[in-house]
Each structure stands twice: as structure tokens, then as C-alpha cells.
Ligand binder design. Structure first.
Ligand SMILES: [Zn+2]
Length: 311
């Protein structure tokens, strides 16, 4: 069974008036649920997320920023930079629950499951001292620090395939040789001032399936081989999809499937535990993104079946 973490607050705590497709979390959950009912060979176990602790957040984020957010004391400008306006009273709880879901997925993967995921998260635009681009706390970075502290893991590769550069993650780990930051993203897309990841693969607008796949195939093996990961995080954003309103690339559903397969082949090769973070997806209507997010987790379940039978 592939454990996937979810909570209804992922959707319910975003205001219906926010310019954000809040229903995508619930819809991905429902899509996965219905696929498991239709396909008895799809072994996925949906579990409920719990809130992360303040001490988890402080492994990565400054005390000033963390407490200002938790206490509802961010300035208007800081809130605007994050997005999600208008805010709701449950927004702090939601942020902690998403971070907690990622931490639970990471712990579950390392405690024997090998593969696990969160039906949200991959909040890669969050920096140590501020949030932006719909990201408050950087769950990828927090999970990396907890894996190092609690599980004796040293080297963690973060493979970020969201169409937007993982600028927060790159900044947090800029001087850290034990965390590999690999980001394949749109060159002419947000964030317009990019940070420096260990590997930045920049793609022009309207990049198609073949060009994307060739770029990933050329760079990912080299990045992983020179690094030798012990644990892999996959930020599996589906916003490179042609229908995405914030993506600017032109991948098809099949192109995203090929991308996922390539990443998962490398996970198998390195025999590493894997944590899958959902990332962005903003098609309008949202259903095209929902299908692609569900595909990621369905393929992760297939990967889990192969690693379980091997180990
Ligand atoms: Zn994105």
C-alpha cells in the first residue's frame, strides 16, 4: 500500500473568494479514491495529516518569521507576497497540517514504506525568513532537516519538476553540499529573479514533451550520479501541462507521465526511499491538473509495488 497523506482543511481553509483553485486538493483526493475503487490492483492508503510543531518549522525558518505567521502578525505586504487573499482564521492550521502531512509522509517512507506522499505541499517558494508564491513554510526543507536529525540520513536529493523554479529551496540550501537542489522550470516564468540551485534546467516558453524529456534525461542522471543520494524528494508539480494557466510550457498528460517514469526509474536505480510532494497545477478548468496529479500518485504506487517486492 502506498501511504498518501491528506486533510480536508487543505481545501476548506482557503477562502472561496481567493484567486486560487482551492478545490484541487479535494478533487485529487476524490480522483485517487475513485481510481482505487475502480482498480483493485491500485494499492493506495489515504491517511489523515496532523499539524507540524513549531519546533519543526524552526529547523529551517527564522523565529521572527515563524512566530509572526503563527501569531497572525505578518504585515499586509508579507501576506500579499504569499497570496491566498483573503485569509481565513483556519489558514495557520492549514499551513501546519500540510507541513505535517509532508513530515508524516517522509517518516513513513523512512520507517519501512520506502515510498509515500502528501496530497499537497512541495512549497518550494518559501524562504527562511519570508513566504511567497502560495508558499508559507518550505516543507521540502523541513523534511530534509528532520530526516537528517532523526534518521541519520546525510544526503538528500530534491528533484523539483514544478514549472516554477524552487527558489526558496535553492536559497535555503545554497551553501549546503549535503542537499542536492535540482530544478527544471520555465525560464521566462515566476520567479523572475531566480536563485541558484545546484542544477537549474531552464526551458523556453512552449517547450513540448520531447524537448522536456530530452533535457531531463540529459541532466538528471548526471546530477544524481555526482551526488549519490540516500533519500529523494520529488516535487511533482503538474503545471508544465499545456492547459496550465500559470505554466507557459506545452507538455501533454503523456509527457508528464514520461517525466514521472524517468524520475521513478532513477529512484529505483538508487534504491532510495522517496517522498512525493504534490506541487502546482492550475489548469482552467482544474480537472486537467487533477488528472495529472492523480497520475503521479498512481505511478508512485506502481513504483512502491516494485520496491516492496525487491526489498
Ligand atoms: Zn508551480
Amino acid at each position: 500500500m502506498l501511504p498518501l497523506f491528506y486533510h480536508e482543511i487543505y481545501t476548506s481553509a482557503i477562502s472561496p473568494h481567493a484567486r486560487f483553485p482551492r478545490d484541487r486538493y479535494r478533487l485529487v483526493y476524490e480522483e485517487i479514491q475513485s481510481r482505487t475503487i475502480e482498480n483493485p490492483d491500485l494499492h493506495i492508503e489515504l491517511r489523515e495529516s496532523f499539524e507540524a510543531h513549531r519546533s519543526d518549522i524552526l529547523l529551517v525558518h527564522s523565529e521572527g518569521y515563524t512566530d509572526a505567521f503563527l501569531d497572525g502578525k505578518l504585515t499586509d505586504q508579507e501576506i500579499r507576497r504569499i497570496g491566498f487573499r483573503p485569509w481565513t482564521p483556519e489558514f495557520v492550521e492549514r499551513t501546519l497540517t500540510i507541513t505535517g502531512g509532508s513530515i508524516q509522509a517522509m517518516r513513513t517512507a523512512l520507517e519501512g514504506s520506502m515510498v509515500a506522499g502528501n496530497l499537497a505541499g512541495g512549497t518550494h517558494h518559501a524562504f527562511a525568513d519570508h513566504g511567497e508564491g502560495f508558499c508559507v513554510f518550505n516543507d521540502l526543507a523541513i523534511c530534509a532537516r528532520i530526516a537528517q536529525r532523526d534518521y541519520g540520513i546525510k544526503k538528500i536529493a530534491i528533484i523539483d519538476c514544478d514549472v516554477h523554479q524552487g527558489n526558496g529551496t535553492a536559497s535555503i540550501f545554497a551553501d549546503d553540499r549535503d542537499i542536492l537542489t535540482f530544478s527544471i522550470h520555465g525560464e521566462k516564468n515566476y520567479p523572475f529573479r531566480k536563485e541558484k540551485s545546484d542544477f537549474d534546467i531552464e526551458l523556453p516558453n512552449d517547450t513540448d514533451d520531447d524537448t522536456y524529456f530530452a533535457a531531463l534525461k540529459k541532466t538528471l542522471p548526471q546530477a544524481l550520479y555526482s551526488f549519490q543520494p540516500e533519500l529523494i524528494f520529488y516535487q511533482a508539480g503538474c503545471d508544465p501541462l499545456k492547459e496550465d494557466t500559470l505554466g507557459k510550457l506545452a507538455l501533454s498528460r503523456q509527457g508528464l507521465d514520461k517525466r514521472n517514469q524517468l524520475v521513478f526509474q532513477h529512484v529505483s536505480y538508487w534504491n532510495c526511499p522517496l517522498v512525493v510532494f504534490m506541487g502546482g497545477g492550475y489548469a482552467d478548468p482544474i480537472q486537467a491538473s487533477v488528472i495529472c496529479h492523480a497520475d503521479v500518485f498512481e505511478e508512485a504506487a506502481a513504483l512502491k509495488a516494485t520496491v516492496s517486492s525487491t526489498y
